[in-house]
Design a protein around this ligand. Structure first.
Ligand SMILES: Cc1ncc(COP(=O)(O)O)c(C=O)c1O
Length: 449
């Protein structure tokens, strides 16, 4: 494959294509960006092209790329101790546990450290079942909780359908409608959503339900906002039936929605919080399951049957502790609120310009534009779980976004907008100009009636 005419970038890409597998993709026809370095909100390839990262990687690089404070914290920790078994303790593990207890509300004071989002939620499910002695878990169809067996089954994302026959049992899914596609008005939206949850619980038997598992704010399914006060009702229903409430804060946590955790926008306190992504801003793989004192105390005199070789990995703990300090020192959560409001105002202007924009849903800097063929009928520009031949328009939009120097997610008829929390107004303007130019392609397919 290697000839004198082959550039360094081509060689790197070819090695990756020849010898590695790519997630959620047909393996042929992939055209990845070879990233040489990354700084702040930008990625740079080997040809020196700059891409503005409008999805913070996989909505995880919340502090922005290339922050050398993390590099230094990690090196310092590695020089002292790189690994100890989870039965030993380190200063950094205790410091991180203490810090997380400080930022988590209520009596969520005990951290079980994991490796990623999926392992946080797998352990939450296991612990909820053990703690309650019940077996069923209720979760939302339009949600994603990871790709290992248990959490794949818990989620409702259609990426799991290929492995449908292998789903784990005892996961019950509910549909929570969202305002844009609910024709009967806000008040009935909440009433209907709560009533259908109550009905489902009655059918399944409240005494069989260990936990309700929900994202703190909806993420990759389409940033669907909960009906106002929905989570307050869910909390009450859980209290009434002795059901635990697990919030998946893997994507919505660590400032992404303008609060430490997405559920804080809804004035509730869960029994467990699953974290990953923003915990280390993706600088190292890591996760955490934060558990209430009440749940943890059951295991004071009983074996806690959870374990991972890399639980509380000291180097990941060091990355997480420094990441949390950066959120505080650089006031990134405050910036997410201000920049989120600016983003909202600017997308409103785009709506006036582009007839294909049907809806914009955003909390802090976790946002999504929904494109439609017709604003009255709301016919989507590409349907849910679109087949390749239904993605023709959206693929053109995505290709344009990339060609104009942006990295972000385009999924079905959604364009996700979730830049690092250090983003500035100028960078939002730069990114939205690219998105606006690309959406012009979709505008041409708007059907006038
Ligand atoms: C809400 C949510 N939960 C869980 C996960 C799974 O995290 P991981 O890929 O680290 O296992 C994701 C990943 O995107 C997510 O968005």
């Amino acid at each position: 494959m290697i000839g004198t005419f082959v550039t360094e970038a081509q060689e790197i890409i070819q090695d990756n294509l020849d010898h590695t597998l790519f997630s959620w993709s047909k393996q042929k026809g992939i055209d990845p960006i070879a990233v040489k370095r990354a700084e702040g909100v930008y990625l740079y390839d080997y040809e020196g092209r700059r891409y503005i990262d409008f999805s913070s990687g996989l909505m995880n690089v919340n502090i922005g790329h290339g922050n050398q404070r993390i590099t230094n914290a990690v090196i310092k920790q590695m020089k002292e101790v790189s690994y100890v078994t989870p039965s030993c303790v380190t200063k950094v593990r205790g410091d991180l546990g203490k810090k997380l207890a400080e930022i988590c509300p209520g009596d969520l004071n005990k951290a079980f450290f994991t490796l990623c989002g999926a392992t946080s939620i797998e352990n939450a499910i296991k612990l909820a079942r053990l703690y309650t002695g019940r077996h069923k878990i209720i979760s939302r169809y339009q949600s994603y909780h990871g790709s290992t067996y248990g959490v794949m089954s818990a989620g409702g994302d259609p990426r799991k359908l290929a492995a449908d026959a292998q789903q784990a049992p005892n996961f019950i899914h509910i549909d929570i409608p969202y305002a844009y596609r609910w024709p009967h008005g806000d008040e009935s939206l909440l009433k209907d959503a709560v009533a259908s949850l109550e009905k489902m619980i009655a059918y399944e038997g409240p005494g069989n339900i260990a936990a309700i598992l929900l994202e703190g704010e909806s993420g990759s399914s389409g940033c669907f906002r909960y009906p106002t006060n929905y989570l307050l009702h869910v909390r009450e229903i859980c209290n009434k039936h002795g059901i635990l409430l697990i919030m998946d804060e893997v994507m919505s946590g660590f400032g992404r929605t303008g609060k430490w955790f997405g559920f804080q926008n809804h004035h509730i306190i869960p029994d467990m919080i699953a974290m990953a992504k923003g915990l280390t801003s993706g600088y190292l793989p890591f996760g955490c399951l934060m558990v209430s004192d009440q749940i943890a105390s059951k295991y004071d005199n009983m074996v806690l049957p959870l374990g991972l070789t890399y639980s509380a990995h000291p180097v990941s703990c060091a990355a997480a502790l420094e990441t949390i300090k950066i959120y505080e020192d650089e006031k990134l959560i405050e910036n997410a609120i201000v920049m989120g409001a600016y983003m909202d105002s600017q997308v409103e202007l785009l709506k006036e310009k582009h007839p294909s924009i049907g809806d914009w849903r955003n909390t802090g800097l976790l946002g999504c534009i929904e494109l439609v063929k017709n604003r009255s009928t709301k016919e989507p520009m590409a349907p849910f779980n679109a087949k390749p031949d239904e993605m023709q328009v959206m693929n053109k939009v995505a290709a344009k976004i990339k060609a104009l120097g942006m990295y972000t997610f385009v999924r079905w008829n959604f364009i996700f907008i979730a830049p690092p929390l250090c983003v500035s107004k100028e960078q939002i303007d730069e990114g939205l100009a690219i998105i606006s130019e690309s959406i012009r392609i979709a505008d041409e397919y708007v059907l006038e009636f």
